[in-house]
Write a protein that binds this ligand. Structure first.
Ligand SMILES: Cc1cc2nc3c(=O)[nH]c(=O)nc-3n(C[C@H](O)[C@H](O)[C@H](O)COP(=O)(O)OP(=O)(O)OC[C@H]3O[C@@H](n4cnc5c(N)ncnc54)[C@H](O)[C@@H]3O)c2cc1C
Length: 383
Protein backbone atom coordinates (compact mmCIF):
# COMPACT_ATOMS: atom_id res chain seq x y z
CA UNK A 1 0.00 0.00 0.00
CA UNK A 2 1.46 3.33 -1.07
CA UNK A 3 0.28 6.15 1.20
CA UNK A 4 2.52 9.12 0.47
CA UNK A 5 1.52 9.21 -3.18
CA UNK A 6 2.63 11.88 -5.61
CA UNK A 7 -0.77 12.59 -7.13
CA UNK A 8 -1.67 15.19 -4.52
CA UNK A 9 1.74 16.86 -4.72
CA UNK A 10 2.05 19.62 -7.32
CA UNK A 11 4.33 18.64 -10.17
CA UNK A 12 7.07 21.12 -9.25
CA UNK A 13 7.41 19.62 -5.75
CA UNK A 14 7.70 15.99 -6.79
CA UNK A 15 11.42 15.93 -7.45
CA UNK A 16 12.19 17.18 -3.93
CA UNK A 17 9.83 14.55 -2.55
CA UNK A 18 11.57 11.78 -4.51
CA UNK A 19 14.97 12.92 -3.29
CA UNK A 20 13.65 12.97 0.28
CA UNK A 21 12.21 9.49 -0.06
CA UNK A 22 15.46 8.04 -1.37
CA UNK A 23 17.43 9.77 1.36
CA UNK A 24 15.01 8.64 4.07
CA UNK A 25 15.23 5.01 2.91
CA UNK A 26 19.03 5.09 2.83
CA UNK A 27 19.90 7.22 5.84
CA UNK A 28 16.97 7.74 8.20
CA UNK A 29 14.92 4.52 8.40
CA UNK A 30 17.92 2.18 8.87
CA UNK A 31 19.19 4.32 11.78
CA UNK A 32 15.87 5.03 13.46
CA UNK A 33 15.84 2.28 16.07
CA UNK A 34 19.46 2.81 17.13
CA UNK A 35 19.17 6.57 17.61
CA UNK A 36 15.88 6.19 19.41
CA UNK A 37 17.45 3.68 21.78
CA UNK A 38 20.65 5.60 22.45
CA UNK A 39 19.21 9.12 22.28
CA UNK A 40 22.42 10.17 20.51
CA UNK A 41 22.54 13.19 18.19
CA UNK A 42 22.57 11.84 14.61
CA UNK A 43 25.53 13.85 13.32
CA UNK A 44 26.31 11.44 10.45
CA UNK A 45 22.74 11.57 9.14
CA UNK A 46 22.74 15.35 9.37
CA UNK A 47 25.99 15.55 7.41
CA UNK A 48 24.61 13.18 4.78
CA UNK A 49 21.46 15.33 4.56
CA UNK A 50 23.58 18.41 4.01
CA UNK A 51 25.59 16.67 1.32
CA UNK A 52 22.36 15.57 -0.36
CA UNK A 53 21.20 19.20 -0.34
CA UNK A 54 18.07 18.38 1.59
CA UNK A 55 18.70 20.32 4.78
CA UNK A 56 17.94 24.04 5.19
CA UNK A 57 17.08 24.24 1.52
CA UNK A 58 14.11 26.54 1.99
CA UNK A 59 16.75 29.26 1.96
CA UNK A 60 16.72 30.98 -1.42
CA UNK A 61 19.24 30.34 -4.18
CA UNK A 62 20.54 33.87 -3.67
CA UNK A 63 21.92 32.77 -0.29
CA UNK A 64 23.08 29.32 -1.29
CA UNK A 65 19.91 27.25 -0.82
CA UNK A 66 17.43 25.72 -3.25
CA UNK A 67 14.54 28.04 -2.46
CA UNK A 68 12.06 25.30 -1.58
CA UNK A 69 8.63 26.72 -0.83
CA UNK A 70 6.18 25.52 1.79
CA UNK A 71 4.69 22.87 -0.49
CA UNK A 72 8.10 21.39 -1.20
CA UNK A 73 9.01 21.49 2.49
CA UNK A 74 5.77 19.66 3.31
CA UNK A 75 6.56 17.01 0.71
CA UNK A 76 10.02 16.51 2.23
CA UNK A 77 8.70 16.50 5.81
CA UNK A 78 6.16 13.74 5.29
CA UNK A 79 8.86 11.50 3.82
CA UNK A 80 11.38 12.22 6.57
CA UNK A 81 8.89 11.84 9.43
CA UNK A 82 7.56 8.59 8.01
CA UNK A 83 11.11 7.24 8.28
CA UNK A 84 11.77 8.61 11.79
CA UNK A 85 10.50 11.67 13.58
CA UNK A 86 13.45 12.15 15.94
CA UNK A 87 16.08 12.19 13.21
CA UNK A 88 13.76 14.24 10.98
CA UNK A 89 13.43 16.94 13.64
CA UNK A 90 17.21 17.18 13.87
CA UNK A 91 17.38 17.63 10.11
CA UNK A 92 15.19 20.72 10.50
CA UNK A 93 18.37 22.60 11.16
CA UNK A 94 17.30 26.03 9.88
CA UNK A 95 14.22 26.33 12.11
CA UNK A 96 13.24 30.00 12.39
CA UNK A 97 15.81 31.27 9.89
CA UNK A 98 12.96 31.84 7.45
CA UNK A 99 12.26 35.08 9.33
CA UNK A 100 15.82 36.22 8.82
CA UNK A 101 15.48 35.66 5.11
CA UNK A 102 12.30 37.74 4.97
CA UNK A 103 13.20 40.54 7.39
CA UNK A 104 16.99 40.50 7.78
CA UNK A 105 19.53 42.90 6.34
CA UNK A 106 21.92 41.94 3.53
CA UNK A 107 24.79 41.76 6.03
CA UNK A 108 22.83 39.49 8.37
CA UNK A 109 21.86 37.18 5.56
CA UNK A 110 25.41 36.86 4.28
CA UNK A 111 26.80 36.27 7.75
CA UNK A 112 24.10 33.98 9.17
CA UNK A 113 21.93 32.57 6.41
CA UNK A 114 24.46 31.53 3.81
CA UNK A 115 26.43 29.24 6.17
CA UNK A 116 23.17 27.47 7.03
CA UNK A 117 22.30 26.83 3.41
CA UNK A 118 25.85 25.69 2.68
CA UNK A 119 25.80 23.17 5.52
CA UNK A 120 28.35 24.98 7.63
CA UNK A 121 26.14 26.11 10.48
CA UNK A 122 23.25 25.00 12.65
CA UNK A 123 20.57 27.21 14.14
CA UNK A 124 17.49 27.07 16.34
CA UNK A 125 14.58 29.23 17.43
CA UNK A 126 14.33 30.24 21.08
CA UNK A 127 10.81 31.29 21.98
CA UNK A 128 9.46 29.01 24.74
CA UNK A 129 10.40 29.55 28.37
CA UNK A 130 10.32 27.33 31.44
CA UNK A 131 7.12 28.96 32.70
CA UNK A 132 5.47 29.99 29.42
CA UNK A 133 5.00 28.23 26.11
CA UNK A 134 1.61 28.88 24.55
CA UNK A 135 1.25 32.53 25.51
CA UNK A 136 3.66 34.40 23.29
CA UNK A 137 2.83 37.71 24.95
CA UNK A 138 3.86 36.57 28.43
CA UNK A 139 7.48 35.67 27.73
CA UNK A 140 9.75 37.28 30.29
CA UNK A 141 13.17 37.23 28.61
CA UNK A 142 14.23 40.83 28.07
CA UNK A 143 16.53 42.65 25.68
CA UNK A 144 17.59 46.12 26.74
CA UNK A 145 19.36 48.57 24.52
CA UNK A 146 22.71 49.71 25.89
CA UNK A 147 24.60 51.96 23.47
CA UNK A 148 25.27 49.99 20.32
CA UNK A 149 24.38 46.67 21.97
CA UNK A 150 21.37 44.80 23.34
CA UNK A 151 21.69 42.99 26.67
CA UNK A 152 19.58 39.84 26.96
CA UNK A 153 18.47 38.27 30.22
CA UNK A 154 16.14 35.34 30.86
CA UNK A 155 15.64 31.65 30.24
CA UNK A 156 14.45 29.67 27.25
CA UNK A 157 13.32 26.05 27.32
CA UNK A 158 12.85 23.29 24.76
CA UNK A 159 15.19 24.99 22.30
CA UNK A 160 15.97 22.63 19.44
CA UNK A 161 19.73 22.55 18.80
CA UNK A 162 20.26 25.10 21.58
CA UNK A 163 23.50 23.31 22.51
CA UNK A 164 24.64 22.27 19.02
CA UNK A 165 23.73 25.49 17.16
CA UNK A 166 26.14 28.19 16.02
CA UNK A 167 23.48 30.84 16.58
CA UNK A 168 19.84 31.00 17.62
CA UNK A 169 17.02 33.45 16.97
CA UNK A 170 15.86 34.67 20.38
CA UNK A 171 12.42 36.15 21.05
CA UNK A 172 12.68 38.77 23.79
CA UNK A 173 10.73 41.61 25.32
CA UNK A 174 11.99 45.06 24.36
CA UNK A 175 9.22 47.35 25.58
CA UNK A 176 6.02 47.79 27.56
CA UNK A 177 3.98 49.77 25.07
CA UNK A 178 0.56 48.81 26.40
CA UNK A 179 0.03 46.83 23.20
CA UNK A 180 1.36 43.40 24.07
CA UNK A 181 1.69 42.46 20.41
CA UNK A 182 4.24 45.24 19.90
CA UNK A 183 6.50 44.49 22.87
CA UNK A 184 8.70 41.72 21.47
CA UNK A 185 11.65 41.57 19.09
CA UNK A 186 13.90 38.95 17.53
CA UNK A 187 17.69 38.76 17.89
CA UNK A 188 20.43 36.73 16.28
CA UNK A 189 22.43 35.38 19.20
CA UNK A 190 25.70 33.49 18.56
CA UNK A 191 25.93 30.57 20.97
CA UNK A 192 29.52 31.48 21.82
CA UNK A 193 28.46 34.95 23.03
CA UNK A 194 29.36 35.70 26.64
CA UNK A 195 26.34 35.04 28.82
CA UNK A 196 24.82 32.33 26.59
CA UNK A 197 24.62 29.04 28.48
CA UNK A 198 22.83 25.93 27.22
CA UNK A 199 22.33 22.43 28.60
CA UNK A 200 20.37 19.54 27.18
CA UNK A 201 17.01 19.03 28.81
CA UNK A 202 16.45 15.61 30.43
CA UNK A 203 15.90 12.51 28.29
CA UNK A 204 12.59 12.40 26.47
CA UNK A 205 10.21 9.50 25.82
CA UNK A 206 9.77 10.47 22.15
CA UNK A 207 11.76 11.99 19.27
CA UNK A 208 14.85 10.93 21.15
CA UNK A 209 17.24 11.55 18.25
CA UNK A 210 16.49 15.27 18.48
CA UNK A 211 18.01 17.46 21.17
CA UNK A 212 16.47 20.39 22.99
CA UNK A 213 18.11 22.76 25.41
CA UNK A 214 17.50 24.85 28.46
CA UNK A 215 19.14 28.16 27.57
CA UNK A 216 20.10 30.77 30.14
CA UNK A 217 20.86 34.29 28.94
CA UNK A 218 22.81 36.09 31.60
CA UNK A 219 23.71 39.65 30.56
CA UNK A 220 24.25 38.25 27.09
CA UNK A 221 25.37 41.10 24.83
CA UNK A 222 24.80 41.19 21.09
CA UNK A 223 25.49 44.06 18.69
CA UNK A 224 22.46 46.24 17.94
CA UNK A 225 22.70 45.16 14.29
CA UNK A 226 21.67 41.64 15.41
CA UNK A 227 18.09 42.84 15.77
CA UNK A 228 15.98 41.16 13.06
CA UNK A 229 13.55 43.50 11.33
CA UNK A 230 12.23 46.31 13.48
CA UNK A 231 12.04 46.60 17.24
CA UNK A 232 8.57 45.52 18.37
CA UNK A 233 7.98 43.41 15.27
CA UNK A 234 8.83 40.07 16.90
CA UNK A 235 5.32 38.83 17.57
CA UNK A 236 4.11 39.62 14.06
CA UNK A 237 7.13 37.99 12.42
CA UNK A 238 6.67 34.91 14.56
CA UNK A 239 2.94 34.68 13.85
CA UNK A 240 3.65 34.83 10.13
CA UNK A 241 6.43 32.26 10.41
CA UNK A 242 4.14 29.87 12.30
CA UNK A 243 1.74 29.79 9.35
CA UNK A 244 4.54 28.31 7.33
CA UNK A 245 5.85 26.17 10.19
CA UNK A 246 2.49 24.69 11.09
CA UNK A 247 1.85 23.44 7.58
CA UNK A 248 5.18 21.64 7.80
CA UNK A 249 4.32 20.28 11.27
CA UNK A 250 1.20 18.89 9.62
CA UNK A 251 3.69 16.98 7.48
CA UNK A 252 5.22 15.58 10.69
CA UNK A 253 1.77 14.22 11.51
CA UNK A 254 1.23 12.80 8.02
CA UNK A 255 4.55 10.97 8.07
CA UNK A 256 3.83 9.52 11.51
CA UNK A 257 0.27 8.54 10.54
CA UNK A 258 1.57 6.80 7.40
CA UNK A 259 4.12 4.89 9.48
CA UNK A 260 1.43 3.77 11.93
CA UNK A 261 -0.89 2.60 9.19
CA UNK A 262 1.87 0.72 7.37
CA UNK A 263 2.92 -1.05 10.54
CA UNK A 264 -0.62 -1.93 11.55
CA UNK A 265 -1.48 -3.16 8.08
CA UNK A 266 1.54 -5.44 7.84
CA UNK A 267 1.09 -6.83 11.32
CA UNK A 268 -2.56 -7.86 11.05
CA UNK A 269 -1.97 -9.43 7.64
CA UNK A 270 0.75 -11.64 9.09
CA UNK A 271 -0.64 -12.44 12.52
CA UNK A 272 -2.98 -15.38 12.94
CA UNK A 273 -5.65 -16.11 15.54
CA UNK A 274 -8.79 -18.26 15.77
CA UNK A 275 -7.63 -20.23 12.73
CA UNK A 276 -7.36 -17.25 10.40
CA UNK A 277 -5.50 -14.05 9.72
CA UNK A 278 -6.27 -11.26 12.17
CA UNK A 279 -6.97 -9.07 9.13
CA UNK A 280 -9.88 -11.36 8.22
CA UNK A 281 -11.94 -9.99 11.11
CA UNK A 282 -14.28 -7.30 9.91
CA UNK A 283 -13.70 -5.22 13.03
CA UNK A 284 -10.01 -5.10 12.17
CA UNK A 285 -10.74 -4.22 8.55
CA UNK A 286 -12.96 -1.36 9.72
CA UNK A 287 -10.19 -0.14 11.97
CA UNK A 288 -7.79 -0.08 9.05
CA UNK A 289 -10.42 1.59 6.87
CA UNK A 290 -10.90 4.34 9.47
CA UNK A 291 -7.15 4.91 9.65
CA UNK A 292 -7.01 5.25 5.88
CA UNK A 293 -10.01 7.60 5.82
CA UNK A 294 -8.55 9.91 8.42
CA UNK A 295 -5.12 9.85 6.83
CA UNK A 296 -6.43 10.78 3.38
CA UNK A 297 -8.67 13.53 4.79
CA UNK A 298 -5.76 15.01 6.72
CA UNK A 299 -3.44 14.87 3.75
CA UNK A 300 -5.93 16.53 1.41
CA UNK A 301 -6.43 19.32 3.94
CA UNK A 302 -2.71 19.68 4.55
CA UNK A 303 -1.80 20.10 0.88
CA UNK A 304 -4.70 22.50 0.40
CA UNK A 305 -3.42 24.50 3.36
CA UNK A 306 0.13 24.48 1.98
CA UNK A 307 -1.10 26.13 -1.21
CA UNK A 308 -3.16 28.64 0.78
CA UNK A 309 -0.12 29.61 2.85
CA UNK A 310 2.08 29.77 -0.25
CA UNK A 311 -0.44 32.08 -1.92
CA UNK A 312 -1.20 34.17 1.23
CA UNK A 313 -4.88 33.23 1.21
CA UNK A 314 -6.04 33.38 4.82
CA UNK A 315 -2.90 31.49 5.83
CA UNK A 316 -3.43 31.53 9.60
CA UNK A 317 -6.72 29.66 9.40
CA UNK A 318 -5.50 27.02 6.97
CA UNK A 319 -2.21 26.41 8.74
CA UNK A 320 -3.98 25.91 12.07
CA UNK A 321 -6.50 23.50 10.54
CA UNK A 322 -3.81 21.46 8.78
CA UNK A 323 -1.59 21.24 11.85
CA UNK A 324 -4.46 20.16 14.09
CA UNK A 325 -5.96 17.60 11.76
CA UNK A 326 -2.73 15.93 10.64
CA UNK A 327 -1.11 15.74 14.05
CA UNK A 328 -4.27 14.35 15.67
CA UNK A 329 -4.66 11.84 12.87
CA UNK A 330 -1.16 10.62 13.73
CA UNK A 331 -2.20 10.15 17.37
CA UNK A 332 -5.38 8.27 16.37
CA UNK A 333 -3.57 6.05 13.87
CA UNK A 334 -0.81 5.28 16.35
CA UNK A 335 -3.36 4.40 19.03
CA UNK A 336 -5.19 2.00 16.71
CA UNK A 337 -1.92 0.62 15.41
CA UNK A 338 -0.82 -0.18 18.96
CA UNK A 339 -4.06 -2.03 19.68
CA UNK A 340 -3.68 -4.11 16.53
CA UNK A 341 -0.18 -5.12 17.61
CA UNK A 342 -1.51 -6.69 20.80
CA UNK A 343 1.13 -7.30 23.45
CA UNK A 344 3.94 -6.70 20.98
CA UNK A 345 2.90 -3.05 20.78
CA UNK A 346 4.85 -2.26 23.91
CA UNK A 347 8.14 -3.78 22.81
CA UNK A 348 10.23 -0.65 22.67
CA UNK A 349 12.23 -1.65 19.59
CA UNK A 350 9.05 -1.79 17.49
CA UNK A 351 8.41 0.95 15.00
CA UNK A 352 4.79 1.25 16.16
CA UNK A 353 5.90 1.90 19.75
CA UNK A 354 8.27 4.60 18.52
CA UNK A 355 5.56 6.25 16.45
CA UNK A 356 3.16 6.08 19.41
CA UNK A 357 5.59 8.01 21.57
CA UNK A 358 6.75 10.43 18.87
CA UNK A 359 3.25 11.42 17.81
CA UNK A 360 2.56 12.95 21.24
CA UNK A 361 4.86 15.86 20.39
CA UNK A 362 3.52 17.52 17.19
CA UNK A 363 0.11 17.97 18.86
CA UNK A 364 1.90 20.31 21.27
CA UNK A 365 4.83 22.04 19.58
CA UNK A 366 4.45 25.12 17.35
CA UNK A 367 1.32 25.85 19.37
CA UNK A 368 -0.68 23.27 21.28
CA UNK A 369 -3.75 22.17 19.34
CA UNK A 370 -6.03 24.03 21.75
CA UNK A 371 -4.34 27.22 20.56
CA UNK A 372 -4.91 26.11 16.96
CA UNK A 373 -8.59 25.64 17.71
CA UNK A 374 -8.75 29.17 19.13
CA UNK A 375 -7.26 30.42 15.85
CA UNK A 376 -9.59 28.29 13.72
CA UNK A 377 -12.65 29.61 15.52
CA UNK A 378 -11.55 33.25 15.56
CA UNK A 379 -10.41 33.32 11.96
CA UNK A 380 -13.50 31.47 10.73
CA UNK A 381 -15.64 34.11 12.42
CA UNK A 382 -13.74 36.83 10.58
CA UNK A 383 -14.13 35.24 7.14
C1 LIG B 1 10.26 18.08 21.40
C2 LIG B 1 9.93 19.54 21.52
C3 LIG B 1 10.63 20.46 20.75
C4 LIG B 1 10.38 21.83 20.90
N1 LIG B 1 11.14 22.72 20.19
C5 LIG B 1 11.03 24.04 20.46
C6 LIG B 1 11.93 24.97 19.87
O1 LIG B 1 12.82 24.60 19.08
N2 LIG B 1 11.81 26.29 20.21
C7 LIG B 1 10.85 26.73 21.07
O2 LIG B 1 10.81 27.93 21.33
N3 LIG B 1 9.98 25.86 21.66
C8 LIG B 1 10.04 24.54 21.37
N4 LIG B 1 9.18 23.64 21.97
C9 LIG B 1 8.20 24.13 22.93
C10 LIG B 1 6.77 24.05 22.45
O3 LIG B 1 6.55 24.98 21.43
C11 LIG B 1 5.86 24.24 23.68
O4 LIG B 1 5.96 23.07 24.45
C12 LIG B 1 4.43 24.53 23.29
O5 LIG B 1 4.30 25.79 22.69
C13 LIG B 1 3.50 24.46 24.52
O6 LIG B 1 4.01 25.24 25.55
P1 LIG B 1 4.14 24.61 27.03
O7 LIG B 1 4.83 23.31 26.92
O8 LIG B 1 4.76 25.66 27.88
O9 LIG B 1 2.67 24.35 27.47
P2 LIG B 1 1.67 25.40 28.16
O10 LIG B 1 1.64 26.67 27.42
O11 LIG B 1 1.98 25.44 29.61
O12 LIG B 1 0.30 24.64 27.96
C14 LIG B 1 0.04 23.38 28.59
C15 LIG B 1 -1.26 22.88 28.08
O13 LIG B 1 -2.30 23.73 28.56
C16 LIG B 1 -3.34 23.83 27.62
N5 LIG B 1 -3.51 25.23 27.19
C17 LIG B 1 -2.59 26.22 27.24
N6 LIG B 1 -3.11 27.37 26.79
C18 LIG B 1 -4.39 27.11 26.45
C19 LIG B 1 -5.46 27.89 25.91
N7 LIG B 1 -5.31 29.19 25.60
N8 LIG B 1 -6.65 27.29 25.68
C20 LIG B 1 -6.82 25.97 25.99
N9 LIG B 1 -5.85 25.19 26.49
C21 LIG B 1 -4.65 25.74 26.72
C22 LIG B 1 -2.93 22.91 26.45
O14 LIG B 1 -3.47 21.64 26.65
C23 LIG B 1 -1.42 22.88 26.56
O15 LIG B 1 -0.86 21.73 25.95
C24 LIG B 1 9.39 22.27 21.80
C25 LIG B 1 8.66 21.33 22.54
C26 LIG B 1 8.92 19.99 22.42
C27 LIG B 1 8.14 19.02 23.26
Amino acid sequence: MELLTEDIVPEYAREAKREARTFAAEHIAPNAEEFFRTGAYPWEVLEAGQEANLVAQDISEEYGGRGFDVVQMLAIAEEFYRADAGIALTLQRSFGAEMLETYGTEEQKEAYLRPLAEGEAITGLAVSEPETGSDLTSMTTTAERDGDEYVLNGEKYWIGNGVEADWVTVYAKTADTGDRYMDYSLFLVPTDADGYHADHIPEKMGMRASKQAHVVLDDCRVPAENLVGSEGGGFMMLAEFFNYGRVVVGGHGLGLAAAALEEAWDFVHEREGFGRQVADFQAVQHGLADMRLEFEAARALNYRAAKKVRDYENPGLWAAMAKTKSTETAVDCAQQGMQFHGGRSILSDRRIARVYRDCRIPVVYEGANEIQRNLIYRQSREE
